[in-house]
Design a protein around this ligand. Structure first.
Ligand code: SF4
Ligand code: SF4
Length: 127
């Protein structure tokens, strides 16, 4: 399973230690009609800003509850979501919306406000 590291600490799913407590994350092209050509044109669509209680409630159905609980108790626990990725222009993309990289890093603006501020930092353009 692909390990996910994420530095977007303004997301409801962010866990201390740059971990993601979501059950699944959707990595997508930033623009629906254009294939991503670089890291900045990708995004984590599962981002939900942690500035409002309603966002926690809205994203509650995508929480890895067991992993998050373990992750909160143990900062070293390797909690990681599954990945569904539509960025088929990436060399790590596999049929069935799979990511075949061993690990990815989600990054972007440190104070991300919306999913478009985030990136899959592991994206590499398919040759
Ligand atoms: S931005 Fe994406 S990868 Fe990062 S914590 Fe949020 S849902 Fe997880
Ligand atoms: S590394 Fe590539 S295939 Fe994997 S999640 Fe990122 S963009 Fe998608």
């Amino acid at each position: 399973m692909t390990q996910v590291k994420c530095i977007i600490n303004s997301c409801t799913h962010y866990l201390y230690g740059d971990r993601c407590g979501a059950r699944n994350i959707d990595i997508m092209h930033e623009q629906e009609t254009a294939m991503s050509q670089n890291v900045e044109q990708t995004m984590c669509k599962s981002f939900s800003h942690n500035d409002h209680l309603m966002n926690y409630l809205g994203s509650a159905d995508n929480v890895n509850w067991g992993g998050t609980a373990m992750g909160l108790v143990d900062p070293a626990y390797m909690v990681s979501p599954s990945i569904s990725c539509t960025v088929s222009s990436c060399k790590y993309w596999g049929e069935g919306s799979l990511c075949v990289a061993n690990a990815i890093e989600v990054n972007g603006l440190s104070n991300s406000n919306e999913c478009q501020d985030t990136n899959c930092g592991t994206y590499e353009r398919r040759s």
